[in-house]
Write a protein that binds this ligand. Structure first.
Ligand SMILES: C[S@@+](CC[C@H](N)C(=O)[O-])C[C@H]1O[C@@H](n2cnc3c(N)ncnc32)[C@H](O)[C@@H]1O
Length: 379
């Protein structure tokens, strides 16, 4: 059988662009109350399911699927994402955030072909080993999903039946102290998903001007004490640069004493991670390219983990799912040049209580789905 991706490509490293950490900034809020996600009802099945949803008698299909990969990362909304992507033999999917390969495995098990993309070589190694028995149906490439169009062109792919973005970092990345994502374990202040990208968290902390640090903490972490923390960092770094995660976490804790379960450095660490990996800009750029790669009927599924990400996805899909746009100064509504998606559900889907109980890291997840219409999209 023809290999999905030539062997020489399956181990290649695609050169991701090195990203400036100070690009676009966004406001971090908790979920706004008027945008309440689709909640599970008492039976664990979600209310407000819209076209394309499973009928309640199929809810048993949403029991958690477990396999060896859950030690690396327990996939979130696994069966829901699989359901909406509707994998079957002959279909081709891009899993643009391969991670431990849990979502890819589900798609492959239904007979579909999958190209997996991740900027973290550790994820690629793990997923390649896990999915090696799907050799002729699965290929994995290292790269940033902002470059996915270029990557697909390079390997001769011209269209997809579905694309998955399961955003953020994997449990393995958080749990590996050497990656520097965790404030609970001592490790280098790194936080790069792609270990070859240029800017580390330590470089930001040790070099950014005070105003810039405060802005990052406030806008990417919604940290109210952003100015106080930035000022304390500047004072401390006059004596000694920050190198260790727990060193920074300790400084934040000395300013914001611990109250409740949440570590006081949670928001600062989230903000730094977003800045180091330029996560929001990358997401925006990738989204705008997706329509030209999806075949009519092909689906985009995005799982986001905080409101900054979800807001970008939601507003992008809203913009692309209206056939007409109107402005007060226009005599009548005009055709929307960005119209290319049908929203499969109006509101995002959140994990069931059972999923959150068995995998607390799923608690802030929200899934959105859109289906490509048969309308020409201008590249
Ligand atoms: C939440 S995990 C995905 C887990 C995966 N769906 C599974 O079931 O195991 C997110 C993964 O996406 C990768 N990632 C995040 N942003 C990326 C980007 N811009 N380009 C490529 N990979 C990215 C991370 O390195 C991480 O491995």
């Amino acid at each position: 059988m023809r290999r999905l991706i030539p062997r020489f490509l399956s181990n290649r490293r695609y050169c991701p662009a090195t990203l400036g950490a100070q690009d676009a900034l966004y406001h971090l809020n908790d979920w706004p109350s008027d945008d309440c996600p689709t909640k599970p009802n008492e039976t664990g099945f979600r209310q407000g399911f819209s076209p394309g949803a499973l009928p309640p008698d199929e809810s048993s299909r949403f029991e958690r699927s477990r396999s060896e990969g859950t030690d690396y990362h327990e996939s979130v909304l696994l069966d829901e994402a699989t359901h909406y992507l509707a994998p079957e033999p002959g279909k081709l999917f891009l899993d643009a955030t391969l991670g431990g390969g849990g979502h890819s495995e589900q798609l492959l098990s239904k007979g579909a072909k999958v190209i997996g993309l991740d900027q973290d070589p550790a994820a690629l190694s793990f997923a390649r080993a896990r999915l090696s028995h799907y050799d002729d149906k699965f290929g994995a490439i290292q790269g940033n999903f902002r470059d996915f169009g270029e990557i697909l062109s390079t390997i001769g792919i011209s269209g997809l039946d579905g694309l998955l973005l399961d955003l953020g970092i994997s449990s393995h990345q958080v749990d590996d102290a050497d990656r520097g994502f965790s404030f609970n374990k001592p490790g280098p202040l790194d936080m790069r998903m792609d270990p070859d990208s240029e800017v580390t968290a330590a470089e930001l902390i040790n070099n950014c001007p005070e105003e810039e640090l405060a802005r990052v903490f406030y806008e990417y972490g919604e940290e109210r004490a952003s100015r106080r923390i930035a000022s304390a960092i500047i004072e401390r770094r006059k004596d000694k640069f920050f190198e260790c995660t727990t060193d920074l976490a300790g400084l934040v804790q000395s300013i914001l004493p611990r109250r409740g379960k949440k570590h006081p450095a949670t928001r600062v660490f989230q903000a730094l991670r977003i800045a180091v990996n330029n996560e929001l800009r990358v997401l925006e750029e990738a989204l705008t390219e997706i329509p030209q790669w999806l075949r009519p009927g092909g689906r985009l599924v995005v799982i986001s983990f905080h409101s900054l990400e979800d807001r970008i996805v939601k507003s992008y899909l809203k913009r692309c799912s209206k056939s007409k746009i109107d402005r007060p100064e226009w005599p009548e509504p005009r055709s929307n040049p960005n119209y290319c998606f049908k929203l499969v559900m109006q509101k995002g889907l959140i994990p069931s209580k059972d999923e959150v109980k068995s995998n607390p890291r799923a608690r802030s997840a929200r899934l959105r789905v859109a289906e490509k219409l048969s309308i020409e999209v201008q590249p």
